[in-house]
Design a protein around this ligand. Sequence first.
Ligand SMILES: Cc1cc2nc3c(=O)[nH]c(=O)nc-3n(C[C@H](O)[C@H](O)[C@H](O)COP(=O)(O)OP(=O)(O)OC[C@H]3O[C@@H](n4cnc5c(N)ncnc54)[C@H](O)[C@@H]3O)c2cc1C
Length: 566
Amino acid sequence: MAMAPDDNDQPNAEAEQAFLKQLRQTFDQMPREIPLYLFVGRGQDDVFVQACRQVVRAFRQLTSKITIKEYYLDHELAAKWGVESSPTLLIDPEHYNIRWMGAPMGEEGRSFLEAMILIGAGKSGMSEQSHAVVKQIDTPRQVKVFVSPTCPYCPQQVVNGLRAAIERPDLIALEIVDIQSRPDLADQYSAQSVPQAFANDVLIGQGAQQEEVFMSSLLKLEPQTIFIPESTAEMVEVDLLVVGGGPAGLTAGIYAERSGLKTAVIERDTLGGQVALTPVVENYPGFTQVGGKTLVDIMVTHALQYVNIFQGEQVLDITPGEPIEVNTTRRKFRTKTILLATGATHKNLGAAGEKQFSGRGVSYCATCDGPLFKGRKVFMVGGGNSAVTEALHLFNMGVSVTLVHRRDKLRAQDVLAQQLEYNGIPILWNTEVKEIKGDERVKKVVLYDNQTHETAEADADGVFIAIGYQPSVELARKIGIELNAEGYIKHDSAHRTNIPGIYSAGDVEGGYKQIVTATGQGAAAAMTIFEDMINPYWKRSKASHGMNNVAGTMPNTGLQHEATRN
Ligand SMILES: Cc1cc2nc3c(=O)[nH]c(=O)nc-3n(C[C@H](O)[C@H](O)[C@H](O)COP(=O)(O)OP(=O)(O)OC[C@H]3O[C@@H](n4cnc5c(N)ncnc54)[C@H](O)[C@@H]3O)c2cc1C
């Protein structure tokens, strides 16, 4: 049965009145005035100007705390605050650098209400974790958040920007740009979907971000996808400490925690290790093709469900014993066991000028630095899978790349080599880069033909080097862990090293050096550690632990993976 319109409308009208009453009370209790300055162009009384006026007047009617002043763009105050477009709304410009370019219509009404409440309270209202991040910003940030009135996700990103600008008015300025009112700016920034956030003209967020993720993107000036809260603990006690947050370490963290071992993963640099530097991965089961960074995000998000990750912290010293004492750059750890999953790093070429121009034209990461060389000429040194993959990646970015290989045949897989040929990427065979020359930046390379023994100079804007990897075994070496002839950690088939309680997994062990093998080794090592810890064998072997204790000689515990299965 249809209801009479009056019956239906009455509760809504009552609810609206109650809401407005509540809003008035909220504004009345606010400690601060909220001065608004609207700037419009002479004779420019368009739909955006009218909407802007309407919205601010509606708020003004709620409270005397809001004051509105309207000026033309040629007024001296517009010059003082650098206002050039109509309509622009400044919020408390004597204290904050917050401006609306366009009108806070539609969904943006919610952002505007939030802005009024935060400014009236004079507090950003951000979380403690966000506060800890924003505190670290020490240079100015000019933030632009592109929005539209019909975007329901935009207010979340606008509020992130507002909180940042209110928390650090000394360094953070915010512009909220309505793409309908300012299509020119949207075009300039290629902001074709909203919300999009830029800081100092760098894209820091596409879509609405969790507050802490937004703040850490703002701090690092690059889009972050995951936020890991910083720990202030001086001392952390665990059952297992995993050194290295690559695929091996992250997988070990998941398996160990799921077995009930209190575990921490420490990563000195970028989580994901080498995968974070990989443009595209095509051989990890479950993904036909996945960006390295995307795969890392998936792995890290999964690992964070279980294990504490300490990022940006390097393990400096390990003192074996019971417990094992560990010093990092941030704190101390006490642990019963350690897993070294420290992986590998790129090899240096050893050419003159390589060190001098590192970061100034010499690069070891095409994914990271390639876009800087678009339309420029670079040499890629190497002949294996990494060099060829990275050369193709550079080519696809629009870089003019030539491969330099010291042999007459590539070591890379045929399928990759064929793509080089297909794309017409030149290869200099039997050629070595002997020297890299330049002034502020790389300008030339000296090329040596090892067949004709001739030397020639070639112009270059950059030199990318991908000639292989060396294991990160500094820590292992320091504490007397045995290495094999190639310099990798010597281990038994269950990933035990020669030192009781210390294990290894992943590329640092040598072998196939793939993501899938590293994750497998990380899982296997964590299961060994669990079994060793609950098995009296572990205690006994601490007295006589050595490389003779291979898995084959271990007593069968009957526990084979039982505790970790599900
Ligand atoms: C360009 C490139 C492309 C690749 N492409 C593929 C591919 O397509 N498919 C594939 O399967 N594999 C690929 N690989 C190889 C693959 O990435 C590695 O095999 C894999 O990442 C090894 O994992 P890991 O955890 O053993 O070591 P890593 O990924 O090297 O991670 C080790 C981590 O330990 C950290 N660490 C080291 N010392 C310390 C310390 N003292 N304190 C704290 N942290 C420390 C490092 O910072 C690093 O993050 C590629 C590698 C590169 C470089």
